[in-house]
Write a protein that binds this ligand. Sequence first.
Ligand code: PGA
Length: 251
Amino acid sequence: MSRTYLIAGNWKMNKTPREAAALAEAVKGMKKGPATRKMIAPSFVCIPAVADILKGSDVTLAAQNMASVESGAHTGETSVLMLKELGVESVILGHSERRHVYGETDAIINDKVKLALAHGLEVILCIGETLEEREAGRVEDVCFGQLEGGLSGVGSDDMKNIAIAYEPVWAIGTGKTATPADAQAVHQACRGKIAGLYSASVADSVVIQYGGSVKPGNAAELMAQNDIDGALVGGASLDADSFAGIVAFDG
Ligand code: PGA
């Protein structure tokens, strides 16, 4: 297994451009292990300031979303072409806030995934069940459906540009983390699903991050699980010290 750990900070709708630049500078200096990749996803308007700072660094610049079409009459949307020109290399798609607050369906997310891949962006595809779905015993059902829907029409070759983020909705921003064993069980099941959709070798190389109240105090324990290959971090990525503590989980 040669998967790297992908530690990504999803800043959501936080930080002004000036604040974002200062935090990006701090992330650039954060120590990490040799098998760890650092990534940050500022808001759209902060991307130019952050891109300037990250140029030539070992931090990957990501966006938190993008439009499902390339250009045209889509007031308020941001296109893949705009992001590419600013130096964005990766995009988070299907985040639970996009699904549950803004009504994005698997079909919309799938259009975005295919468009991003066609333009050479790496994609983090987020999946995860709500508390209600978990209590109804539907965790795999929901996650497998989101994998099938989000990856529909994506070929094996493109899977090297896809990472999955398993983020149980009930653990996001709530301080409730899935136990490492619970998270591992879902990660392992999702890897099995990907093996079925593609092949054992695609499944073995795909990075599956965990997200939902990841903090310096629980990062190492989560990452020690066989099928947990990194973290998508919201709240704890907004503070340089706490993000540094997660990035350095193995050090
Ligand atoms: P959290 O958010 O770390 O604040 O729980 C994770 C996410 O939404 O990606």
